[in-house]
Design a protein around this ligand. Structure first.
Ligand code: UD1
Ligand code: CA
Length: 462
């Protein structure tokens, strides 16, 4: 049993931002979502988040991350607590904001900062195990860093026993030469933590209540303190500036591309390919340079995605081809379909098997049937197209009357002549043909040829 507390009330001054630091995104997710993901590995009974700066937004981001993890893993959600730290007077002060919640908890409590997004669940598990096995009242996680600038340094005595943690701004040159650092991840028995908080003083360079003073206080009280020195330094890097954020972004991106390549995806130029963490791609798919794939996109096997295309939340079956410069959002592409170049698909568009959406075609909230083609210069909005339909160049579904959006239905085997205007709501019956330049204002019966402005039936095929 365990509870997890995330400190996320700070603004993050060094980000030079109006947004709270934990809301800045790494690999397409807010920092706090990465931390919550790691915390979930412990199956915590509760998750206590300290909020302050942009409290509502941070709470929303945390709830959203939890909901997604619960959903993905089919898990029982932890109990969620949000404690507001109205003034940010340090990490120790942040914990004090949750005093009431803590009084009701007895299980060992993992406390972590909200700005350590690379943290892994396995590490937290080991921290908790160490804490339990050693029967500690508190366990501090440390790492050795070649360039420890900015971090709190762990000061030990001649026998190597923990003495205290000294912040960058408070340390003497000698202390700052120490390479073992505090990473802001701890395990505490709640009662010990609560007891020590009462003794915190803000007598330091930043005039803040430091959580880093708690272990020293516990030692003085004769409580049992453990130090868990962790070997994977890169997992516990805190993000304080946008430079660090970009460095981690690059690291995560490289990792993701590597995983994909090892799983059989061809990435022609990893240096210019951006694929977010949650994206799934099948083997033998080829990704050309300068492609961006984001969100919860799922790409099948044997697909080809050409350069300068951006795909967001796209569901793609096998053997789909996306040509150069396509922007595709929230769209489903069935197998064998071909998109672009220069196509824009959005808002729950669905493209059927072997359908072709060609040059300069926009498809919004429309369903395109199997083997249907719209090759050039067309707008299809709020439309449902059947199978084997051909849409001539320059066709437009006039879906908006200035007030409301209306639907267009085009049934199987219809041929829409070039430059047809379909004034919605309107239906074109199966097997019908519209002449070039037709303006269709009324439903077209099946198997008819319509021409003119407005369209009139010129001929019946059956
Ligand atoms: C902290 C540690 C430092 C450690 C480093 C690791 C302290 C005093 N120092 O320093 O020893 O090496 O993390 O990254 O703890 N926060 C609040 N309320 C506050 C202040 C901070 O909720 O009043 C939250 C922040 O939102 C953030 C976390 O605590 O998520 C850490 O705060 P930050 O200011 O980044 O601490 P550091 O100076 O990096
Ligand atoms: Ca930090």
């Amino acid at each position: 049993m365990t509870d997890v507390m995330i400190l996320a009330a700070g603004l993050g001054t060094r980000m030079k931002s109006r947004r709270a630091k934990v809301l800045h995104e790494l690999a397409g997710r807010p920092l706090i979502a990465h931390v919550i993901r790691a915390a979930f590995a412990l199956h915590p009974a509760s998750l206590i988040t300290i909020i302050g700066h942009q409290a509502d937004e941070v709470e929303r981001a945390a709830r959203q991350a939890v909901a997604q993890l619960v959903d993905d893993g089919n898990l029982t959600p932890p109990e969620l607590f949000f404690a507001v730290q109205t003034e940010q007077k340090g990490t120790g002060h942040a914990v004090m904001a949750a005093r009431e919640v803590l009084q009701s908890r007895t299980a060992p409590l993992i406390v972590t900062a909200g700005d350590v997004p690379m943290m892994q669940g396995a590490m937290l598990k080991r921290l908790l195990e160490t804490h339990n096995q050693e029967h500690n009242d508190a366990t501090v996680l440390t790492v050795k860093m070649d360039e420890p600038f900015g971090y709190g340094r762990i000061i030990r005595d001649a026998e190597g026993r923990y003495l205290r943690c000294v912040e960058q701004k408070d340390g003497t040159p000698e202390e700052l030469a120490v390479k073992e650092i505090n990473v802001s991840i701890y395990c505490f028995n709640p009662a010990s933590l609560l007891g020590a908080l009462a003794h915190l003083k803000a007598d330091n360079a930043q005039q803040e209540f430091y959580l880093t003073d708690v272990p020293e206080i516990l030692l003085r009280q004769g409580q049992r303190l453990g130090v868990f020195c962790y070997e994977h330094t890169e997992e516990v890097r805190g993000i304080n500036t946008r430079v660090e954020l970009a460095e981690l972004e690059r690291q995560l991106r490289d990792q993701k591309l590597r995983e994909l390549m090892l799983a059989g995806v061809t990435i022609v130029d990893p240096a210019t390919t951006y694929i977010h963490q949650d994206v799934v791609i099948g083997p033998d798919t080829i990704i050309h340079p300068q492609v961006i794939i984001e969100g919860a996109s799922r790409i099948g096997a044997g697909c080809v995605i050409h350069s300068w295309s951006r795909l967001t939340n796209v569901q793609m079956d096998d053997d789909v081809r996306v040509n150069n410069s396509c922007i595709i959002e929230n769209t489903t592409l069935h197998s064998g379909s071909s998109i672009g170049p220069f196509a824009r698909l959005r808002m729950n568009a669905e493209i059927g098997e072997n359908a072709v959406i060609g040059n300069f075609v926009e498809v919004k909230k429309s369903k395109i049937g199997k083997d249907t083609k719209a090759q050039h210069l067309t707008y299809l909005g709020d439309a449902t197209l059947g199978e084997k339909v051909n849409i001539g160049a320059g066709t437009i579904t006039c879906n908006f009357d200035g007030v409301r959006k209306h639907e267009t239905i085009i049934e199987d085997n219809v041929k829409i002549g070039s430059d047809t205007m379909l004034v919605a709501p309107v239906r074109v019956g199966k097997g019908s043909v519209t002449g070039a330049g037709t303006v269709v204002t009324k439903d077209v019966p099946p198997d008819s040829l319509v021409v003119g402005v407005p369209a009139v039936v010129k001929k019946k095929f059956r």
